[in-house]
Design a protein around this ligand. Structure first.
Ligand SMILES: Cc1cc2nc3c(=O)[nH]c(=O)nc-3n(C[C@H](O)[C@H](O)[C@H](O)COP(=O)(O)OP(=O)(O)OC[C@H]3O[C@@H](n4cnc5c(N)ncnc54)[C@H](O)[C@@H]3O)c2cc1C
Length: 291
């Protein structure tokens, strides 16, 4: 900790990450920082780079499984108000990287700005959602991105447009960056109509997701198919390893029962992948990230 003594107010050591992830599983972070201002984030990042301390950014933890061994290095969380602010400017919503997606959606809807209402009920932050290129069957968040403010590993702030970033491609590598702020350009529409649409989406989504302690989608949908159907075809609904169980309603989710560990989940993921490959000849690719 001496290495970071001047930042010690906002850096903690050996912090359990389970409570910061949707799955509520996994080990500790060696170092955990919640900087109060951008300059502090930049200074800690710079120090990490000098000392070759690996860094990661945690959003709402809804697309991450933390291994039981935990995470080496520094984990950032953007919880200070300068990273979670949301404001409406004309037909755009300007949202901090740490802002909750649900709040961004409702802010847009109440302001009569359409585009995001289909994302209601999906847990996450703006930074996490853009980093993973959040999409649903009918919507893709990145199409609404006008500009992004990013911080690179040296602590330098960059501004870029949607075209500068290849989401999931090779241009500006978002994985290397911390997303500080996104400007989302939306379409004007009647707020009452939008509210109704958002409520319908919310009800529909609530019926799609398992209740209780669970993952998000484990696998990406393969081209032309649905991962959940392949898992079902492989006869894996309800399969269990330790406290980890393949969900009956949507087999692309894993439910964590009491006493479940990340190791149980990771072993179940391996089993699903191997059996789906054997029985359907399709290689499933992980959507959820393993830390
Ligand atoms: C019940 C449930 C339903 C879901 N439904 C969907 C769905 O329909 N569609 C879909 O696409 N996903 C879905 N997900 C997955 C998840 O909600 C989304 O991927 C979400 O956008 C992830 O955001 P997060 O803040 O939780 O990111 P995290 O899980 O915390 O992090 C994910 C990645 O983003 C990076 N990241 C986080 N914040 C930042 C930042 N500020 N700057 C740079 N990188 C950052 C992390 O380092 C990590 O690599 C679902 C998950 C759950 C639990």
């Amino acid at each position: 900790m001496e290495r970071f003594s001047e930042f010690k107010k906002n850096i903690r050591q050996q912090v359990p990450l389970a409570m910061h992830t949707w799955f509520q599983l996994g080990g500790i972070a060696e170092l955990f920082a919640e900087p109060k201002i951008e300059e502090e984030l930049a200074a800690i990042l710079k120090r990490c780079r000098e000392l070759q301390v690996p860094t990661r950014t945690l959003g709402y933890g809804s697309n991450i499984i933390v291994s039981d061994a935990g995470v080496r290095g520094m984990v950032f969380r953007l919880t200070a108000s300068c990273f979670t602010d949301i404001r409406v400017e004309g037909n755009t919503v300007v949202a901090g990287g740490g802002a909750k997606l649900g709040r961004v959606v409702t802010t847009a809807v109440h302001a009569g700005l359409a585009g995001l209402e289909n994302l209601i009920g999906i847990p996450g932050t703006v930074g996490g959602a853009i980093a993973v290129n959040l999409c649903t069957s009918s919507e893709n968040l990145h199409r609404w991105v006008k500009t992004l403010r990013l911080m690179n590993p040296s602590g330098k702030v960059l501004e870029c447009t949607n075209q500068d970033v290849s989401f999931g491609g090779n241009d500006l590598d978002l994985q290397e960056m911390i997303l500080l702020e996104a400007v989302l350009e939306l379409n004007e529409e009647d707020p009452a109509e939008l509210s109704k649409r958002m409520q319908r989406n919310w009800i529909m989504r609530k019926t799609m997701f398992p209740t209780g302690q669970c993952s998000g989608y484990i696998f990406k949908n393969p081209r032309g198919g649905a991962a959940s159907e392949l898992i079902e075809r492989a006869g894996l609904k309800g399969t269990r390893i330790g406290g980890a169980v393949v969900n009956e309603r949507n087999p692309n989710f894993i439910v964590a029962e009491p006493e479940c560990t990340s190791t149980d989940v990771l072993r179940l993921i391996d089993l699903i992948r191997n059996q789906v490959l054997d029985r359907t000849d399709t290689e499933l690719e992980l959507y959820i990230q393993v830390w």
